[in-house]
Design a protein. Structure first.
Length: 337
């Protein structure tokens, strides 16, 4: 099982840390055309970035934890301009005790999501183990994203949804959106039966009562290599971004980002050719380009796409990348690098 599983654990994380220490996780090349990758520098050793921008204009990336650092908790990075990034620590020093009981043997926490509602920040994150769907998505709340703020404290809100071997889905990779009626929805999923969606409820941020997971994307054949859903609204249309194929294999990764469009946040999503994402549809948005391998694990904030990729020129180390999103004449997103 690949995808959002085993992020930053074991040898991969140690290689990335070593590369960072000798300065090999350096800048990205800026693209002069619209929709190009931003020039970036500093600490870019980031996997599955959740991008957000606070009221002060500071950019934040919360990302998959490293099992050898702070008990594998979600990592925090910041930037005043979205280009120069620095490491800010982790969400907690230790994982919540109930979580380690719920997912036996869990190492690091994966693939977070950041959402602001009514002055509260909601942090969703995944807990699982490689190759298994005994998993859960949990939530925590805070009034600030800044660890230097005296009010900074992530308050554990418990599990949102879980999966076991008795389920046909995998409860990881949350992506949250609020529709036109103000209803929050969480897309999630990795392999198994593909991408699912469940209604949430404010102010807890938990699963709405009796809400059953909807099906919104499915490749239709084993191993169903689709995950990391993220929803974006533009000009009244809804776009579902997904990562497909094999993540987490360094320079051998085949990860890529595809997209579908719908009239509603809950779908149905179709690609540019009219093929449903429930029938293995998906219009390519970003793919491997030269030494920049396997883009995916995406999120969007303020019209900017954040994702990770693997640098083949640096031994397959993972790096953070940000790119402005353009929109073509037919209303589809375009990203260039």
């Amino acid at each position: 099982m690949v995808g959002a599983l085993a992020r930053l654990s074991g040898a991969t994380s140690r290689v990335a840390a070593a590369l960072l220490a000798v300065g090999l996780l350096g800048g990205l090349t800026a693209c002069s055309a619209g929709g190009g990758v931003w020039e970036a520098s500093g600490d870019l050793a980031t996997h599955d970035p959740a991008l957000a921008r606070d009221d002060d204009g500071t950019w934040w990336v919360y990302s998959t934890g490293n099992g050898t650092v702070a008990d594998g908790n979600i990592q925090i990075r910041s930037s005043s301009d979205g280009k120069a990034w620095r490491y800010e620590g982790e969400v907690w020093d230790e994982k919540p005790e109930w979580l380690t009981d719920a997912v036996k043997g869990v190492d690091n926490l994966w693939a977070p999501e950041l959402v602001e509602h009514d002055g509260t920040w909601y942090l969703y994150y995944s807990a699982s183990r490689f190759g298994r769907n005994t998993s859960l998505i949990a939530v925590a709340t805070n009034t600030t994203l800044d660890p230097d703020d005296p009010d900074f404290e992530w308050v554990d809100g418990g599990a949102v949804i879980g999966s076991t071997t008795a389920d046909d889905f995998n409860a990881i990779d949350p992506g949250v959106v609020v529709d036109e009626q103000g209803t929050p929805w969480m897309a999630f999923g990795s392999f198994w039966s593909g991408i699912r969606m469940v209604e949430l409820s404010w102010p807890t941020g938990l699963r709405a009562d009796d809400a059953e997971p909807l099906r919104i994307a499915d490749r239709g054949a084993p191993p169903n290599a689709i995950e990391a859903p993220y929803l974006v609204e533009h000009d009244g249309d809804w776009f579902l971004l997904v990562s497909r194929d094999a993540c987490c294999q360094g320079a051998k990764s085949t990860y890529n980002i595809a997209v579908g469009r719908a009239d509603a946040a809950t779908g149905p999503f179709l690609d540019r050719d009219g093929v449903p994402l429930l029938e293995d549809g998906g219009t390519p948005l970003l793919e491997t380009d030269g030494a920049r391998v396997g883009p995916g694990g995406q999120s969007v904030a303020d019209g900017v796409l954040a994702f990770h990729y693997y640098d083949a020129d640096a031994g397959g180390a993972f790096r953070l990348a940000l790119a402005s999103i353009d929109w073509d004449d037919e209303g589809w997103p375009v990203v260039r690098w």
